[in-house]
Design a protein around this ligand. Structure first.
Ligand code: ASP
Length: 340
């Protein structure tokens, strides 16, 4: 579906493509006080835009319904479709930026995937909502307006993929969902947001230093390698790791305890997997901080890679892209994790 709020009187406004994928921002509940028993992704992009009349004053908006999913069900094929569509749109002279509306549950994964695979310095901004569109004090409309404003801002150019949520602007690399219910559900642990957007003004206080977008060799076009996540915890067995190796996975990310430490039983299984050529990445389940190489485990001897500050789910995104790009040895993969 294509809709447009453009008019000849507003040619000087930035031209922003809004790509809708579903989520709570497009959710509807039976009544206005219900913020948990709703169906995600049922409201179309035309209706989302119509709820924000002030958009017409900040951008010429064209819109597409790319998908209508609850982001808990995000699929790798949809990631490929989304990345390709964004690259096509941004290659055109008549699009200045892209906004993606998304569910909050896997937003941080999609955002990082796009951060690494979009090949343009034009702004790409993801946004979402914690309350369905039918809710009293729904947060979606203002988040959408702010995302469009950020996508149209010259300040956002060259910053990689951004997430505009609850007035804050985060880097896709850093941002994670940290609350199951609060409208302030996204944070960038350790590092903090890049800036904010309020009352139509975009202020960025800093930039990320790691390469992104066109400065990476990654693409969402190739076949997706199979990479899964396992967790370490008290009394954990090696059943999951052994089953994944038997199933032929190419990579395993471990959500370790503390500094990515791994229960001895699971570590032994992972070392065997690494010896068979399965890529093993140590991350942490803690939620902030980073994992030190050769800290909690002898990575050099075990053939493991460390994820640094990436949480397990973002580490999985990078590992899939790196494997697809032909980086398969622990040394080559560590270089990737130390760079991007
Ligand atoms: N389950 C929803 C989704 O991720 C939650 C949300 O959007 O807030 O699509």
């Amino acid at each position: 579906m294509n809709t447009s709020t453009s008019s000849s009187a507003s040619r000087a406004l930035p031209r922003i493509a809004v790509l809708a994928t579903g989520g709570t921002i497009a959710g509807a509940a039976p009544d206005a006080t219900n913020t948990s028993g709703y169906q995600a992704g049922v409201v179309g992009v035309g209706q989302l835009l119509a709820a924000v009349p002030s958009l017409a004053g900040v951008a010429n908006v064209q819109a597409e319904q790319v998908a209508s999913v609850d982001s808990k069900d995000m699929a790798l094929a949809l990631w490929t479709t989304l990345a390709q569509r964004i690259n096509t749109l941004l290659a055109a002279d008549d699009v200045d930026g892209v906004v993606v509306t998304h569910g909050t549950d896997t937003l941080e994964e999609t955002a990082y995937l796009l951060h690494l695979t979009v090949k343009s310095d034009k702004p790409v901004v993801l946004t979402a909502a914690m309350r369905p569109s039918s809710a009293l004090s729904a947060d979606g409309p203002l988040n959408l307006l702010n995302a469009v404003i950020v996508a149209g801002s010259a300040n956002a150019k060259g910053q990689g993929v951004l997430v505009a949520f609850n007035n804050r602007i985060h880097s896709a690399r850093d941002v994670v969902k940290t609350s199951t219910y609060a409208v302030d559900a996204f944070q960038s642990p350790e590092i903090g947001a890049l800036g904010w957007v309020q009352d139509g003004r975009v202020e960025l206080q800093r930039s990320g230093v790691r390469p992104h977008t066109a400065a990476t060799p990654f693409s969402a076009d190739a076949a997706w390698p199979v990479v899964e996540v396992v967790t370490s915890y008290a009394g954990v067995s090696r059943v999951a790791v052994d089953a994944l190796v038997a199933a032929g996975v190419q990579g395993i990310v471990v959500a370790g305890t503390g500094n990515g430490s791994i229960h001895a039983t699971v570590q032994a299984a992972l070392a065997e997997a690494a010896a068979k050529g399965v890529a093993i990445v140590r991350s942490s389940r803690v939620g902030s901080g980073h994992v030190m190489r050769n800290g909690a485990a002898a990575d050099d001897a075990l053939g493991f890679v460390t994820a640094g500050a990436l949480n397990p789910y973002k580490a999985r995104v990078l590992l899939m892209l790196a494997l697809a790009a032909g980086h398969t040895t622990p040394v080559a993969l560590q270089q990737v994790f130390d760079t991007y």
